[in-house]
Design a protein around this ligand. Sequence first.
Ligand SMILES: [Zn+2]
Length: 207
Amino acid sequence: MDLIKIGKFIAECRKKKNITQEELAEKLYITDRAVSKWERGLSLPDADKMLELCRILDINVNELLNGEKINMKDYEKKTDELLVELAKQEEVKNKKMITDMYVLGFTTIVFYIGITMLAAYTLGEGTLFGIIVGIATVILVIVALYAFKLEISAGYYECKKCHHRYVPDSYWKVMLSPHIDTTRYLKCPKCGERSWSKKVMSKGDNK
Ligand SMILES: [Zn+2]
């Protein structure tokens, strides 16, 4: 931190407000020598005085510690950059969930068919065959439920009518809805229309 720059900035803001060092000191319940020290860059305002000082000078703490006014445009730009970065991270995470869902689903179906056929060849029809197919079916159902949960958790559905993007409020409604791949026939909570809603990876309209 540049104490000299901060000091000059405090003095500059104080003069703009047409108040003397004594008046400023009085408002903050401190000595005018303390104010003088800040303005000469010999010390920094105590943390418990900073907010009040900023309020009086009509600046924010960020500006005080930078020793200059920060343009509102830069603020917005910085915020936008942060939001874009967060959206990207979310998108990557969601894409990974969908990939996991496909890998898991595919592996399990191959496993299921393999086990069933192997059991049929080696055991023929009988109790043991029934048990093995039964167990494999239970595993298949559990994995299907898990894969379904991945699909719901990843990203949003986009209404085809109004393009509203949303997370469905109920798993059951989604589970019972007809679907082609991850595109589902759902009722949009915004416009209330039913449409084939596409799965999208981010809330924004950039994709
Ligand atoms: Zn809609």
